[in-house]
Ligand binder design. Structure first.
Ligand code: MG
Length: 160
């Protein structure tokens, strides 16, 4: 009746790109590099949902070799995966994500990110937790060269 899933993603932080997390544009001097809009948070959420459904990963569903996904809005990709959750007969119990970023400071943006995800995923604010941590200035994340996200999702059968 319950299915748990885990997701992880990392993107490089570079100049000349917009920083988008959970569908929210965040003012910063750098943004995430990727074939799509590189929304690392939504990508980790998608992988946690696909993992819970045992349906592979984001790269299988939206290959970065496919021109259709060039600069893709990750919110649209998330909608496709939410439709899969429903088609498989499940609903989201809750999602818990941790963003690892040395910069920018994300605390002021967490509520806007959760509200945007709640709205786009048609789930309550209490069903979507987003946390942010620095990397204590260690490794590439700590040097401000990348942002990573870990995410867990719990699904339950929708007909019970
Ligand atoms: Mg990604």
């Amino acid at each position: 009746m319950y299915r748990i899933g885990q997701g992880f993603d990392l993107h490089r932080l570079v100049e000349g790109r917009a920083l988008i997390l959970g569908g929210v544009k965040i003012n910063h001097t750098k943004g995430l590099l990727g074939h799509s809009d590189a929304d690392v948070l939504i990508h980790a959420i998608i992988d946690s949902l696909l993992g819970a459904l045992c349906l592979g990963d984001i790269g299988q569903h939206f290959p970065d070799t496919d021109a259709r996904y060039k600069d893709a809005n990750s919110v649209e990709l998330l909608r496709v995966v939410l439709a899969l959750v429903e088609k498989e007969g499940y609903k989201i119990v809750n999602i818990d994500a941790t963003i690892q970023a040395q910069e920018p400071k994300l605390m002021p943006h967490i509520i806007a990110i959760r509200e945007n995800l709640s709205k786009n995923m048609s789930i309550g604010l209490k069903q979507i937790s987003v946390k942010a941590k620095t990397y204590e200035k260690q490794d590439s994340i700590g040097k401000g060269e990348a942002i990573a996200v870990y995410c867990n999702a719990l699904l339950m059968k929708s007909n019970v």
